[in-house]
Design a protein around this ligand. Structure first.
Ligand code: EPU
Length: 463
């Protein structure tokens, strides 16, 4: 991780062309831990080359299993000999998704010890619903010295109602329930595409999950999961960020390798603002308008407007004519970035922790700003693209957690953007992985055998 890198943008270049979207971060960070539910070899394709994936790969290695990148976007995980159900890896504390190991270990071993999760700070982010779900399945949960301890003699399926349609709780409960005796139902389940992707992955490994993508998921427990090959869905939020970048620069951008339906709520808002949106099987083209209309936006669980695009959308609304009201309903405190976009000239008044009033059009001008979290960083990039003069963004480490190669992708669209290191030298952090899969010894399969499974997607490898 290059913590002292900065991104420098000279704004007001109209973006033009096409950009390719990588695999979904929030699916990747669930599917990597989910692979540890299986006693087998999993080949996970289309992983984004981002810091959160690197951290998780190191975290699972620290549990004593083999996890090697075959190429920057393909991770091979061999958890046949996994015996450890404890995660102590320090960096994992800082990321939210490390808690998925709790569900995976509890399901497979009936015990788990995992640190209380961190993650981007936008208010209190409790795990009470995860715990309530595990307890319903028969587990005892204790918290001590910053760790969560979960154990059960046996897990037995039950009916679990989630007070909030939590993504994390839905996935975590699914991970434990795939190994519970009998049937578990999760009511008011989250419907986000990455929930469906995780369920599809588990089903490839032999799980019996039905209804993912609806608010009622039914899981019939199985004794054991085996390995398999799986390709992660495209990143809806990365795609949305480039769509907003196109709109804020009045550009004409085709965002490729996506599932357009995952972006319906954003496309609808961009149309309402005056942009032209064209959709094909796996792309969306956004053609900006010379003047944008103000619109109100309320974040909601899927298929509503995603909270993870709220900061970027607020930046865009600053350039629209009139007043827009942005209401955040998913998190308690996701307007912390506002102090930074105000430095760029955006006029946003946070009336409460949930409501931002955006006055437009604002004259956006470059300044030195700092990312406070991942999507806050993306909002600063988006605003910087529209700003007159130079915007210098520090704390780029947050952006690197979730966006693969953002400056090269934007440069490919015509943005004047560069990354500099601590010394101010221009640097290129093209996708790379620290360890590439290289030998037969590691997995007990030759690379050719593993590669053969890649050519036939979703073929189960028996281990
Ligand atoms: N909540 C509870 N109790 C729980 C769990 C959640 O009250 O036990 C509340 C939260 O406090 C929050 C709401 O439920 O107010 C929704 O939280 P959810 O559990 O759905 O979010 P998450 O699993 O912590 C994931 C993504 C976030 C994304 C949210 C909402 C991952 C690793 N993170 O978080 O992604 O914002 O779902 O879609 O999947 C991002 O990518 O920038 C990001 C923050």
């Amino acid at each position: 991780m290059y913590v002292l890198d900065r991104i420098i943008i000279n704004g007001q270049q109209r973006l033009n062309g096409s950009v390719f979207v990588n695999g979904a971060k929030n699916a990747a960070v669930a599917i990597i831990p989910a692979a540890l539910s299986a006693r087998g070899i999993c080949v996970i394709e289309n992983l984004p080359c981002i810091e959160d994936v690197n951290i998780l790969a190191n975290a699972i290695r620290s549990c004593g299993i083999k996890a090697e990148f075959r190429d920057p976007h393909t991770l091979i995980i061999d958890s046949r000999n996994l015996t450890d159900y404890k995660l102590t890896f320090d960096l994992a504390r800082n990321m939210r998704a490390s808690y998925y190991l709790l569900g995976a270990f509890l399901g497979r071993f009936k015990k788990a010890i995992v640190p209380l999760p961190g993650g981007c700070n936008f208010g209190i982010r409790p795990v009470n619903l995860h715990i309530k779900g595990f307890e319903k399945l028969g587990a005892t949960i204790e918290q001590e010295h910053g760790m969560i301890y979960a154990y059960a003699d046996r897990l037995v399926g039950d009916h679990i109602f989630l007070d909030v349609a939590s993504v994390g709780a839905t996935i975590n409960i699914m991970l434990a329930a795939v190994h519970a005796e009998g049937v578990t139902t999760i009511e008011n389940a989250a419907k986000e595409p990455h929930v469906v992707d995780t369920a599809n992955f588990l089903n490839i490994l032999g799980a019996k999950i039905k209804g993912a993508g609806t608010d009622n998921i039914k899981i019939t427990g199985v004794q054991e999961l085996s390995g398999g090959t799986y390709t992660i869905i495209p990143d809806q939020i990365e795609a949305g960020t480039y769509m907003i970048a196109a709109a804020i620069t009045g550009g004409d951008v085709t965002v490729k390798n996506i599932i357009p339906r995952h972006l319906d709520s954003l496309s609808a808002k961009l149309r309402e603002m005056g942009c032209r949106i064209e959709e094909g099987g796996d792309y969306v083209r956004v053609v900006g308008a010379s003047e944008l209309n103000s619109v109100n936006v309320k974040t909601m669980v899927y298929p509503g407007f995603p909270t993870d695009l709220q900061p970027q959308m607020t930046a865009l609304l600053s350039t629209a004519n009139g007043t827009s009201v942005v209401t955040e309903t998913v998190f308690d405190n996701r307007f912390q970035y506002v102090t930074e976009i105000i430095r760029l000239g955006c006029r946003v008044n946070t009336q409460t922790a949930q409501i931002g009033i955006v006055e437009g059009p604002s004259k956006i001008t470059g300044a030195e700003v700092s990312a406070t979290d991942l999507r806050a960083g993306a909002a600063l990039v988006v605003a910087g693209l529209a700003a007159e003069g130079e915007t210098v963004i520090s704390n780029v480490k947050y952006i690197d957690r979730g966006y693969e190669d953002i400056e090269n992708k934007l440069r490919g669209l015509g943005a004047n953007i560069k990354r500099v290191n601590e010394q101010g030298e221009i640097v290129n952090r093209a996708p790379a992985r620290d360890r590439i899969f290289d030998d037969t010894e590691t997995l007990g399969h030759s690379i050719d055998e593993v590669a053969a499974t890649l050519e036939a997607p979703n073929v189960v490898i028996s281990a």
